[in-house]
Design a protein around this ligand. Structure first.
Ligand code: SAH
Length: 212
């Protein structure tokens, strides 16, 4: 994600009704926050939120929460919500490592990881959102029948993720190294901003769905 420092974005976000400002206080109570009993799907590293907007519009009976660490990116999603507010979509500005402080045991029904940062240096492997450390965090917050859907065009990150899954209690439910040519897995596919960008360049998109 290109990081432009947008002046005032922190202040702007602090005043937005679409952002949950003290998400740790919602822990265990997210359904109350949405005022319904619908499942909760989250995207970690949502960027400007294109995937979430389309998902939330298509599936009004699902509650979506987008997590993003950078204000300068999140602000774009907030501006979109100001044009067209969706009652089943909320945002949190936070670092994903703190996810267990925000969601209770099995509170989440699905996790989307779309085009996560690759962190190519070995010494940063722990920061990759599909590392063993993150898979353990997801294990706590995801419902028993829940699953994680991960898409990337980064082959190194995809291979690493497969190895991490193999070492963990998670199993592969479905997987492809060329999503856009896989009819079955393309059904209901919602393109993310990065997916559009990288597939336009000719990069094949890899996807895995994992469960336990
Ligand atoms: N999912 C979007 C954006 C992908 S870029 C898409 O597919 O188009 C990855 C995004 O994840 C960036 O906006 C980055 O700031 C965010 N991100 C990366 N690591 C994160 C972390 N540890 N916690 C929260 N957000 C993170």
């Amino acid at each position: 994600m290109r990081l432009r420092n947008i002046t005032g974005s922190k202040e702007y976000i602090a005043e937005s009704e679409f952002v949950v400002h003290e998400p740790e206080y919602e822990k265990g109570k997210w359904k109350e926050r949405f005022n319904n009993n619908n499942p909760i799907f989250i995207e970690i590293g949502m960027g400007k939120g294109q995937f979430l907007f389309e998902s939330a519009k298509k599936n009004p009976k699902i509650n979506y929460i987008g997590i993003e660490k950078y204000s300068s990116v999140l602000i774009r999603a907030i501006q979109k919500m100001e044009e067209e507010a969706l009652s089943n979509l909320l945002f949190i500005r936070m670092e994903a490592e703190e996810i267990e402080q925000v969601f209770d045991f099995e509170e989440v029904d699905r996790i989307f990881l779309n085009f996560s940062d690759p962190w190519p240096k070995d010494r940063h492997a722990k920061r990759r959102l599909t590392s063993g450390q993150f898979l353990e965090r997801y294990d706590k917050i995801l419902s028993k029948e829940g699953r994680i859907e991960f898409k990337t065009d980064n082959i190194g990150l995809f291979d690493f993720s497969l190895q991490e899954v193999e070492k963990s209690k998670w199993s592969i439910k479905e997987m492809t190294r060329d999503l856009h040519k896989n009819e079955g897995m393309m059904k209901n596919n919602i393109m993310t901003e990065y997916e559009k960008k990288f597939s336009a360049k000719g990069n094949p998109i890899c996807k895995m769905i994992i469960y336990r």
